[in-house]
Structures are given as C-alpha cells and as structure tokens.
Design a protein around this ligand. Sequence first.
Ligand SMILES: [Zn+2]
Length: 80
Amino acid sequence: MSQQQFENFTASSLYCDKCKAAMPVRERLLLVLPEKEIYDYLCTGCASSVGQREVTAGEKMMAQAMTARRPRRAVPISLR
Ligand SMILES: [Zn+2]
C-alpha cells in the first residue's frame, strides 16, 4: 500500500519532521533574485518549512518557453 503511494511521490509531498510523515506541501515563492528564484515548501499539516527549491533564470526561461509558447518572430516573407 505504502509502496504504491511512493510511486506518486512528487515535490508536492515531502517528509515533515514535525508530522513524522510525508505530507502534502504548498509551494511558496520565498525570494526573487536577479539570477534565480527560491521557493519554500510548507507542510500543509503544521505549516513549517520542509524544503526549498532554487530555480535559476535559465531554468525559469526554459519552463516559460515550455508552458507559454512565445510567438516566434515570423520570417519576413517578401511579397511581390
Ligand atoms: Zn508537518
């Protein structure tokens, strides 16, 4: 039973020391720096921080490119 749950284990669920269990977490933007953003993971059970994640500017740009496809500048077509 618990092994099946591990297959679904993602960043949305982290081990919490206070709750002594893998708890669902909330992602919160903690800090924005020119080159990266730091996210804080808060346990939904006791609201304590159970982890952090850094997203560098490069990763963020890639993520944005994946999610929101920016329209590429069309190659100029010379009309006669
Ligand atoms: Zn907790």
